[in-house]
Design a binder for this molecule. Sequence first.
Ligand code: ADP
Ligand code: 5GP
Length: 198
Amino acid sequence: MQVLPLQSGAPTKECPPHGRLIVLTGPSGVGKGTLMQALLQRHPELYYSVSVTTRSPRPGEISGKNYYFISRDKFEQLVAQGEFLEWAEFAGNYYGTPREAVLDHIRSGKLVVLEIELEGARQIRTSFPSALSIFILPPSFPELENRIRGRAQDSEEAIARRLHRAQEEIKAADEFDLQIVNDDFETALNHIEAALFA
Ligand code: ADP
Ligand code: 5GP
């Protein structure tokens, strides 16, 4: 993980009403995106924050739906302008959460969900102590590797970086308010739903 020599994803003191911000984190390939899609189908009233990234789109990914895909130069410019609520470098690419869109939706009373990696989740915990943080765990490491490979959308190099990073991320699972194992998909989805609407 590198930090840009610009302004960091600095914590802010913009505190939302309790429980309006949800952070979903877990290793690449654990099923976060699939769980999010299913959750949004059940609860269209949720606001899913579309992140900005310098990663190239995977087949089928749509700009504005999955991510906003931009260049590294543009990303660094947005960091310097303070446009991100948090940002981090992951497996060689930058990822960040657009500040204003998220704050606007929190202000309008929405339940806002961020699907972000560990460093970003740590930044959010500092700036939004009342956020609910959830860590999604795989049933086993071999199963995580199966899922990343089964997705068949990353290069060998990208897979190796993600698996290496996954080991570090899983060690940090205890930092989160809740840990949910995504073994049986429906069970995991029901647990997330129960946590959000408790
Ligand atoms: P992430 O967003 O965490 O990187 P994805 O949502 O892309 O992960 O899921 C990675 C792969 O794992 C996908 O092919 C998805 O269909 C599959 N998957 C997700 N949840 C489960 C599950 N509970 N059991 C088996 N496969 C799953
Ligand atoms: P992927 O390239 O597989 O879509 O995402 C790689 C990792 O970046 C995942 O763990 C995902 O949750 C995380 N990620 C996606 N958007 C953001 C973001 O805005 N900020 C941070 N910190 N991580 C993100």
